[in-house]
Design a protein around this ligand. Structure first.
Ligand code: GDD
Length: 326
């Protein structure tokens, strides 16, 4: 039975990846941070087959211990400070966890794996690295121009992953994933913030939602589709880097309009207030990915459409809010 160690196991992608790998017959171990982390109870209830091991991306010794205990065949580094807005408020923490954390994990793998290192490594890189984009659509060769402490930290993690592959012959892959969402998305991200607000407005629990820049454009896919690409990357004869995206872009405004429409509300502008607090010091205006390399080499293609994604998130949030009322 192959073993996978996942950092960021309690996040959206960690949960989908754990389910996917469990379904493929893996022993799944998740790195869990902090003392009495309340999320470990949720994990035990929702994904009881996941084994948890303590550790932190800010603590090299804990990563070495986690690897020695787990003896993984594959390591998926999904752990990070992943909220761009927060990274502007806590840039040093972001650099330490999202950036240096990758270096620590790779060092730990290098030390524990020894010669002919058998451990395969996946780094969750991000389309935020393209930032002020140099070309459209963005592919694996597009120059990087990050626009936030988060994007800068991800560039460091990406370059470090490539460097460890080239320096030590590690099987290390970097998946450059564009935005990916689901009913499991955290409420701080714009998609879930909107679908949760739509559900509450629909049920009369909330009057309005305050948002920032509605003009930003993103390439939004379904997280459940994207974790399959992570696994495919670690199942190839040779390690490489891949863009994972849908190839379609939509403005935040389009997402908002569609989400309200999915709840049967057409005059969405009545319920949206623009609040300068949600604007960022520097914005990423347009992201749209070219995932043709993943299609030809991994046989990966997104399955869920943008409309299906928005509808499923709204439907799920209405269900959650209804259940709370009972
Ligand atoms: N969060 C948030 N809240 N974003 C808002 C809001 C708001 O109220 N109003 C407008 N936006 C805009 C942001 O300015 C941004 O342009 C866009 O909505 C998307 O914001 P997020 O959902 O927070 O995601 P992100 O694009 O910054 O980052 C996500 O995608 C990256 C991949 O490109 C995160 O998941 C990152 O971790 C990931 O790497």
């Amino acid at each position: 039975m192959p073993t996978a160690l996942i950092t960021g196991i309690t996040g959206q992608d960690g949960q989908y990846l754990a389910e996917h790998l469990h379904g493929e017959g893996y022993r799944v171990v998740g790195l869990i941070t902090g003392q009495r982390n309340p999320r470990s109870e949720t994990m035990a209830a929702d994904l009881p087959y996941v084994e948890l091991v303590p550790g932190d991306l800010a603590d090299l010794a804990s990563l070495i211990a986690a690897l020695e205990y787990t003896q993984p065949d594959e390591v998926y580094n999904l752990g990070a400070i992943s909220f761009v807005a927060l990274s502007f408020k806590q840039p040093e923490l972001t650099a330490n966890v999202t950036g240096l954390g990758v270096l620590r994990l790779l060092e730990a793998i290098r030390l524990v794996g020894g010669v002919n290192n058998p451990i395969r490594f996946y780094q969750a890189s991000s389309s935020e690295m393209f930032g002020k984009v140099r070309e459209t659509p963005q592919n694996e060769l597009t120059p990087l121009h990050p626009r936030s402490p988060y994007g800068s930290a991800k560039v460091f993690g990406h370059n470090t992953t490539v460097n460890y592959r080239e320096s030590y012959g590690l099987y290390a892959c970097s998946g450059i994933l564009f935005n990916h969402e689901s009913p499991r998305r955290g409420l701080e991200f714009v998609t879930r913030k909107v679908t949760n607000a739509v559900a509450r407005i629909k049920l009369g629990l909330q009057d309005e939602v305050a948002l920032g820049n509605l003009d930003a454009k993103r390439d939004w896919g379904f997280a459940g589709d994207y974790v399959q690409a992570m696994h495919l990357m670690l199942s190839q004869p040779e390690p490489d880097d891949y863009v994972i995206a849908t190839g379609q872009t939509h403005a935040v405004r389009d997402f908002v309009q569609l989400a309200f429409a999915a709840a049967g509300i057409d005059d969405w502008e009545r319920y949206v207030r623009i609040d300068p607090r949600f604007f960022r010091p520097a914005e990423v205006d347009l992201l749209v990915g070219d995932a043709s390399k993943a299609a030809s080499e991994l046989g990966w293609e997104p399955q869920m459409s943008f409309e299906e994604l928005v509808t499923s998130m709204v439907t799920n949030d209405i269900e959650i809010e209804r259940r709370k009322l009972k």
